[in-house]
Design a binder for this molecule. Structure first.
Ligand SMILES: Nc1ncnc2c1ncn2[C@@H]1O[C@H](COP(=O)(O)OP(=O)(O)OP(=O)(O)O)[C@@H](O)[C@H]1O
Length: 206
């Protein structure tokens, strides 16, 4: 299935499906969004990371390595608090600033399906819903703490109890919840539900 976006007006280039993924550290957000992106294909889908414009700006301003900031590791951890503080100041003035910047950074308007792999705040959900309405669906990725630990998660005070990890804990309404504790068949079923919705929505727009 391929979608061409040529010849559309800017309004029509709004996305057809926007999947907003969230979940705790090592729940498997990247693992699952990578599979979904791969299944949908690069003609249809784009992978958006809200953290990308923050890290891109930070890397440029402080002459740091962007790729290393994007990957998990000590390098990112060393700059985490400063990046959070700086980005929070901007978010206070404009809560959609980094959502919009992330959309622009990956040129998302050229693709009909947007997969956002790191929504962290209620204002992230709000901004996408305000701008793209019923195209938006939310997905919460869940995994038990012992499973997350086996994937390398260690509870870190100041990180795991901070707003960036906990701000969506109180949200109870998700379009889909994915339990990612290692059962391949369960995960496959959950992903199929999402992919079916995306494919039927795409087909209805053609
Ligand atoms: N269902 C699964 N089967 C096999 N490996 C998995 C599965 N889910 C996650 N993993 C592995 O667990 C590790 C953590 O997953 P991932 O990086 O996707 O988590 P995350 O939620 O994006 O974490 P963070 O928020 O820390 O970036 C990765 O090595 C990933 O390959």
């Amino acid at each position: 299935m391929q979608c061409t976006r040529d010849g559309l007006t800017p309004l029509e280039k709004n996305p057809v499906c926007v999947l907003l993924f969230s979940g705790k550290r090592k729940s498997g957000k990247d693992y699952i969004t990578d599979i979904i992106y791969d299944r949908l294909g690069t003609d249809n889908a784009t992978l958006i990371k809200i953290s990308a414009p923050i890290k891109s700006h930070w890397a440029e301003k402080h002459d740091l390595n962007f790729e290393e900031l994007m990957s998990a590791g000590e390098y990112k951890e060393a700059h985490r608090q400063d990046m959070i503080k700086w980005s929070e100041e901007i978010r206070q003035k404009d809560y959609g600033y980094f959502c919009q910047a992330a959309v622009e950074l990956c040129n998302a308007h050229t693709k009909p399906v947007w997969i956002v792999s790191d929504t962290r705040r209620q204002t992230d959900l709000k901004w996408f819903k305000e701008n793209y309405g019923t195209a938006v669906k939310t997905v919460r990725v869940l995994a038990d703490d012992d499973v997350r630990s086996k994937r390398g998660w260690v509870f870190t005070p100041g990180v795991d109890d901070a707003d960036t990890e906990c701000a969506l804990d109180e949200v109870t309404e998700w379009d889909w919840r994915i339990l990612n504790n290692g059962s391949e068949s369960e995960l496959e079923d959950e992903m199929q539900n999402i992919l079916s919705w995306v494919n039927s929505t795409l087909n209805s727009q053609q």
